[in-house]
Design a protein around this ligand. Structure first.
Ligand code: GAL
Length: 492
C-alpha cells in the first residue's frame, strides 16, 4: 500500500515535471540568465586546456564560482577540423588530453563546460563550422560532456535575411542538441540579425542582440554602424560596439527576455582596462538590470581588486538573478552636453519590478560631467499606472543603495593574493554571497541584507530620489515598500 502511494506520488511528480517541462519544450535550463566566464574578450584565439583550468582555479579562489558564475565557456579556435568519419576534432597541441578530459576537469571543480561552434560552413576564425553537420556535432558535444553551446553566424552561405530562414537554420542545432538527451544551454550568437528576440525563445536559451562589444563605455566606431537610437533593424551588426551602444539597442525590446530565454548583450569587459571604475560599474549594473547573460570576459590573472569588487557585488548579481525575471525598462532619456568623439552625451532613468514587490531604479549619467539627477515616483512607477495614477507612487518606500556595501579594496586584494588568513581577518564573508550554499532566490526570500543593498533613505509618496551621479556613472537602488507591501495593505 505504502509502496503504491509512493509510486503514485512519483508518477504525479513526473507528470507535473513533464507539464512544467512542456512549457519549456527546449531544455529547462537558464531559468535565470546564465552566468560564467568566456575567454574571447581577453584571449581571442589564444586558448588551451591550461587557460581554462587556471580560470576555474581563479574563479574559486576569488569567490566568483560561489557568487554564481557557473559556466566556463571556450570560444572559437579550439578545433583541428574533422576526422575521416566527419567528427569534429580538438586541436591536440592546445588540448592534448582531448575535450572530454577538459570537461571532466572543469566538472570536478564544480563548474559547467561551454563550447563554441557556428551555424555556418566556417567559424568566424575559419575553423570547421557545424552547418550540415548538426546531428553529428551535437552528439560529439554531448559525448564530450558539454553543458553549453555558443552558436555563431559567420559563413552562413547567405541563409539569413528573413526571421524564418534564420530561425530554421538555428532550429536544426536546437533539435539536434535536444535529441542527444543531454541538457545543453543553447546560446545563439547571430548578432541580432533577423530579430532573434522575436522568435528565439522556443529554440534557444539566449540570443546575442548586437555586434561584438569592445572595451569602451560609449565611443562610437564606424565598424558598429547601428546606434540603437531609434532603429532596431540592424543590417550590419559589425563589431566594436560600446557598452552604451548595446544598452541603447536592447532598450527597445528588453521585455522579450523571459525565464529560460534571455537577451545576451555580449560578455562583460569589466577588468579589461578600457573603462573607468564608474564606467565598469554602469556596464555591470545595466547588464544585470536588463537580465542579460552575465559572462565575465577578463583575464583572471590581471584582475584588480576594484574590478573584482564590481564582479562580485551580491546586490547587483541578485538583480540579474531576480526570480521574477523581468527586465528594467528605460523610462526616460535626454541628450545632454555636446557631441564629441565619444558621441552625444545623454542621461537616462531606468526602473523595473523585482520579485516580492520590490522595485529597481537607476540614474545613469552618460554625460561629460557629474550632475545632479532625479527620479520622481510618478516616473519610477510609470508602468504601474501612467501619469502618476499608480498606487505605488502614493506609497512610502525604503531606498537601498546597491553599491554602498561594495567589497573594500583591501579585502578584494587579500582574495586576489590568495591570502586566506588576511581575508578571514578582514571578515571577507560579510561581503560576498555564496550562491552554491543558498540560491539567490532563497537568499532574497530570506531578506539577506547582502542582496538588498544598504538602506540610505526614504522615497515619500509622490516624492523623488535625487542623487549626484558621476560622469559615466550610475546610482542604482532597490526600493522596498514601507510596512510590508501593497498586498498587505490591500488585505486590510
Ligand atoms: C564573433 C562572435 C564573438 C566571438 C567571435 C569568435 O562572431 O560574435 O563573440 O565568438 O566570433 O571568432
Amino acid at each position: 500500500m505504502m509502496l503504491q502511494i509512493r509510486m503514485l506520488a512519483a508518477a504525479s511528480a513526473a507528470l507535473l515535471f513533464s507539464q512544467a517541462h512542456a512549457l519549456y519544450p527546449l531544455n529547462g535550463v537558464a531559468k535565470t540568465p546564465q552566468m560564467g566566464w568566456n575567454n574571447w574578450n581577453s584571449f581571442g584565439c589564444d586558448v588551451d586546456e591550461e587557460l581554462l583550468i587556471s580560470a576555474t582555479e581563479k574563479l574559486i579562489q576569488f569567490g566568483l564560482r560561489d557568487a554564481g558564475y557557473q559556466y566556463i565557456v571556450l570560444d572559437d579556435c579550439w578545433s583541428a577540423g574533422r576526422s575521416s568519419n566527419g567528427s569534429l576534432r580538438a586541436n591536440t597541441t592546445r588540448f592534448p588530453n582531448g575535450m572530454a578530459k577538459v570537461a571532466d576537469r572543469i566538472h570536478n571543480e564544480g563548474f559547467k563546460f561551454g563550447m563554441y561552434s557556428t551555424a555556418g560552413t566556417y567559424t568566424c576564425a575559419r575553423y570547421a563550422g557545424s552547418l550540415g553537420y548538426e546531428k553529428q556535432d551535437a552528439q560529439t558535444f554531448a559525448d564530450w560532456g558539454v553543458d553549453y553551446l555558443k552558436y555563431d553566424n559567420c559563413y552562413n552561405e547567405g541563409q539569413s535575411g528573413t526571421p524564418l530562414i534564420t530561425y530554421n537554420r538555428y532550429k536544426v542545432m536546437s533539435d539536434a542538441l535536444n535529441s542527444t538527451g543531454r541538457q545543453v544551454l543553447y546560446s545563439l550568437c547571430n548578432w541580432g540579425e533577423d530579430y532573434p528576440w522575436k522568435w528565439a525563445q522556443t529554440v534557444a536559451n539566449s540570443w546575442r542582440m548586437s555586434g561584438d562589444i569592445y572595451d569602451s563605455f560609449n565611443r562610437p566606431d564606424a565598424r558598429c554602424p547601428c546606434t540603437g537610437n531609434e532603429e532596431y533593424n540592424c543590417a550590419l551588426p559589425g563589431f566594436h560596439c560600446s557598452a552604451m551602444n548595446i544598452l541603447n539597442k536592447v532598450s527597445h525590446y528588453v521585455d522579450k527576455g523571459v525565464p529560460h530565454a534571455w537577451n545576451d548583450l555580449d560578455a562583460l569587459e569589466v577588468g579589461n582596462g578600457g573603462m573607468t571604475d564608474d564606467e565598469y560599474k554602469t556596464h555591470f549594473t545595466m547588464w544585470a538590470a536588463v537580465k542579460s547573460a552575465l559572462l565575465m570576459g577578463n583575464n583572471m590573472d590581471k584582475l584588480s581588486a576594484r574590478d573584482l569588487s564590481i564582479l562580485n557585488n551580491p546586490a547587483i548579481i541578485a538583480l540579474g538573478q531576480d526570480p521574477k525575471g523581468t527586465s528594467a525598462v528605460r523610462v526616460w532619456r535626454y541628450y545632454v552636453d555636446y557631441v564629441d568623439k565619444y558621441g552625444q552625451g545623454e542621461i537616462q532613468m531606468w526602473s523595473g519590478q523585482l520579485a516580492g514587490g520590490d522595485y529597481f531604479v537607476a540614474l545613469l549619467n552618460a554625460g561629460n560631467k557629474t550632475r545632479e539627477m532625479n527620479a520622481t515616483a510618478d516616473d519610477i512607477f510609470y508602468d504601474a499606472g501612467a501619469e502618476g495614477t499608480s498606487k505605488e507612487s502614493t506609497m512610502e518606500w525604503t531606498i537601498h543603495d546597491l553599491w554602498a556595501n561594495r567589497m573594500p579594496e583591501r579585502v578584494a586584494q587579500a582574495l586576489i593574493d590568495g591570502n586566506s588568513t588576511r581575508a578571514a581577518s578582514l571578515n571577507v564573508t560579510s561581503y560576498y554571497y555564496n550562491a552554491t550554499e543558498t540560491s539567490y532566490e532563497d537568499g532574497l526570500a530570506r531578506n539577506d541584507t547582502l542582496l538588498l543593498g544598504k538602506p540610505v533613505g526614504t522615497l515619500s509618496a509622490k516624492g523623488a530620489i535625487t542623487a549626484e551621479v558621476p560622469r559615466h556613472g550610475i546610482m542604482a537602488y532597490r526600493l522596498r515598500m514601507v510596512g510590508g507591501g501593497l498586498r498587505k495593505r490591500d488585505e486590510l
